[in-house]
Design a binder for this molecule. Structure first.
Ligand code: HEM
Length: 398
């Protein structure tokens, strides 16, 4: 049992809702999951556990109504963002249990929750739904326990590794973002490249452990359904995905493996902005302006015989290899192993909302493969990759 403590700047009403989200809400979701797990078709949740669903819906609504009157009283970003996360958890759980279903409705039946979420999202500058940061880097632990939807060990395992992986990517992005003011030949640039390489290797290791320890069915049936798209008011907002932080794209662009002038790439990035905290949004905006390391090294090819060029280019290529390897693993082992393969085993009518962004799985997989190939600098004739430039750089130092 969690002895939930309110956020330091919390009001009693906010604290009461937070306490419910961290205790009773988790119990109710877990009881519903246990019921679904006994069904022959685990994706069929309609009509199962209706009394529990009604309790979840009503108890949450009763706690949300007084919060609308209270409004966002400007007690700081963290408090308001946490409250948006709590409302979002409630709305996402209602979606998961099909208390709401966006294709069935034109506007969310969760009127009070939508009202509060829209108010908070507008005042914070984010989408009015729960986003990945609510589960990861802004998920405040109380007595060692952070907010989850259920008591499922798979959910905690997934979030523990995602959060640590996100921080590893942030370390790499931070190091790479410090290079351009000093230039690629600065002696400290080598340290930054080594820091980025090591951080990306950490991210890879984290994903390998996740792949080896996460139960495929538990993840697919008990965890992933909470991350589906749902409506807030009349608009449907795409689901949460573990990649909703700036660092991944900062790394892509700072290395020079992906380009802001490649429209199919920048579209992926631009779509992400509303799902990031304002702080992360700012970082991502900056990475559209910064020059990249690959171009900077190639521009200095006259110095290819210098010691600095050889060591820095070698380290740079190691960073690219580490980034590409982690991206390939994410695709081949995590996306294929934990989404594509299990999706092949359930009836087609239950595939709706399977992906966070909404397109059919085969379309999404093709787009994700394109991202991986850019990160690996593979030769492709249909999308721009840096294959030839990376080969030139390798040639200069071989
Ligand atoms: C079981 C674990 C995971 C699975 C099944 C998974 C699956 C997926 C899927 C299906 C997408 C596409 C989202 C959509 O548009 O619907 C995606 C995107 C993404 N995921 Fe994961 N993911 C997992 C873990 C992680 C982790 C640990 C990270 C990094 C820390 C990560 C980083 C990303 C990124 C950056 C994207 C955006 C697309 C891109 O830039 O490549 N994922 N993931």
């Amino acid at each position: 049992m969690i002895a939930a403590q309110p956020h330091s700047s919390s009001t009693p009403r906010v604290a009461a809702f937070d306490r419910w989200i961290r205790t009773r809400f988790v119990d109710l979701n877990t009881q519903l999951e246990d019921l679904y797990a006994t069904r022959e078709n685990r994706s069929q949740v309609d009509g199962v556990g209706d009394d529990l669903k009604a309790t979840l819906h009503d108890e949450g609504r009763d706690l949300i109504i007084p919060l609308i009157e209270e409004g966002n009283t400007d007690e700081g970003f963290d408090r308001a963002f946490e409250l948006l996360g709590n409302v979002g958890y409630y709305m996402a759980a209602c979606r998961r249990h099909e208390i709401t279903e966006p294709s069935r409705e034109r506007t969310s039946p969760l009127v009070e929750a939508s009202t509060l979420a829209l108010h908070l999202g507008a005042s914070l500058g984010t989408a009015p739904r729960f986003v990945t940061s609510h589960m990861e880097t802004y998920n405040r632990a109380v007595n060692g326990v952070y907010r989850t939807f259920t008591h499922a060990p798979a959910e905690k395992l997934f979030l523990d590794h995602n959060t640590r992986g996100a921080f590893a990517y942030m370390r790499a992005a931070d190091a790479l973002g410090r290079i351009h003011p000093m230039g690629v030949s600065h002696p400290a640039t080598l340290d930054l490249l080594v820091n980025a390489r090591d951080a990306l290797r950490d991210a890879y290791e984290m994903n390998v452990v996740l792949e080896q320890t996460l139960d495929v069915d538990d993840f697919f049936f008990r965890v992933r359904p909470y991350y589906k798209p749902y409506r807030v008011g009349s608009q449907e907002y795409r689901g949460a995905n573990a990649g909703d932080f700036a660092a991944f794209n900062q790394i892509d662009m700072l290395l020079g493996l992906c380009s802001a002038t490649d429209p199919s790439y920048s579209q992926v990035v631009v779509e992400k902005f509303p799902y990031l905290t304002p702080d992360e949004q700012r970082r991502l905006h900056e990475s559209f302006r910064h020059p990249n390391v690959l171009d900077a090294l190639l521009a200095q090819s006259d110095h290819a015989d210098e010691n600095w060029f050889r060591t820095h280019a070698t380290a740079f290529l190691e960073v690219c290899d580490a980034h590409g390897r982690a991206a390939e693993h994410h695709h081949e082992r995590l996306v294929v192993g934990f989404i594509q393969r299990p999706a092949g085993k359930i009836p087609a009518e239950h595939l709706d909302g399977l992906t966070a962004s909404g397109p059919p799985l085969d379309v999404l997989l093709r787009a994700l493969r394109g991202l991986v190939d850019r990160r690996l600098a593979r030769a492709r004739d249909d999308i721009p990759t840096r294959h030839d430039d990376i080969a030139t750089l390798r040639g200069l130092i071989s």
